[in-house]
Design a protein. Structure first.
Length: 275
């Protein structure tokens, strides 16, 4: 099999596992078994393709592919994903499965995109740029989710004020109800948190692979982790008695300010981020 095709298949595996990880985090946050089943299906598909590639290497080279560090990473990631499947499908241990899967995903990405760097030339540049594209795509999707949360929080505050002052016209009939606006705030951050989490994993690995002397305390990295912590905090406190109604909406508004800080201020002081 052509080496480039092998790398392309490994990229597909990374994407499948990344999306699976997103669904697992959503299930962890919301206890949604449908999300869990989708995540498991994607994980099984990615692991199945990875197994076929492992068998191809085993048969093609007539040896077990663990003699180099690169091959060791691949086999280690394969084993961790196999353990994840066992924990998730057989024993139903969701949190340990999520943690083991996250470690396996990290090593899978290091193998896939780090290996391309060693080949040098156009293949190396292509693989590293594709890792960056995947990282940016997940980050943008997370920003979109947080923006939707902000929109519905503002709508909630406007609707609440209009109802309180009894200022209602037919033009506002198409607006969501207060309960719908509140639900959309929550659903949006449930989507945004795992997307940002996966984006951070990919971004850190891209920086480690692509940048010599990578600064782990770069302003963009720090503000991105701050953003993740803020929205995790919003999610955790959402069911407290005092965090309801307008208080909950205002928390979303303030959280979105951190998105803007991350997007603009964090990028301005970053050593390598352009946005």
């Amino acid at each position: 099999m052509n080496e480039l095709w092998m790398l392309r298949l490994q990229e597909i595996i990374v994407i499948l596992i990344a999306v699976s990880l997103v669904f697992y985090v959503i299930d962890f946050l919301k206890k949604n078994r449908r999300m869990n089943r989708i995540g498991t299906g994607l994980l099984l598909t990615g692991w199945g393709v990875q197994t076929l590639l492992l068998l191809y290497l085993l048969i093609g080279d007539n040896r077990f592919p663990i003699l180099s560090l690169e091959e060791g990473f691949y086999f280690y990631a394969w084993l961790l994903l196999a353990v994840t499947i066992g924990l998730q499908v057989i024993w139903k241990l969701d949190i340990p499965a999520l943690l083991v899967m996250s470690i396996g995903f990290v090593f899978l990405v290091i193998h896939t995109f780090g290996a391309g760097r060693e080949t040098g030339g156009a293949v190396s540049d292509s693989l590293i740029s594709e890792l960056l594209i995947i990282h940016i795509t997940f980050a943008i999707l997370a920003y979109v989710a947080f923006s939707v949360s902000f929109v519905f929080s503002v709508l909630y505050l406007v609707l609440h004020r209009m109802l309180k002052q009894k200022k209602w016209t037919s033009q506002f009939a198409r607006l969501p109800s207060l309960s719908q606006a509140e639900s959309m705030m929550t659903y949006s951050i449930i989507a945004g948190i795992p997307l940002l989490f996966v984006s951070l994993l990919l971004g850190l690995e891209w920086g480690y692979i692509a940048i010599d002397g990578f600064n782990w305390l770069d302003s963009k990295i720090v503000t991105s982790f701050l953003l993740l912590v803020v929205y995790l905090f919003v999610f955790i406190i959402r069911e407290r008695p005092r965090v309801v109604g307008t208080n909950y909406a205002w928390i979303h508004v303030y959280a979105f300010l951190v998105v803007l800080i991350n997007f603009f201020l964090g990028s301005s002081f970053s050593e390598f981020h352009l946005w």
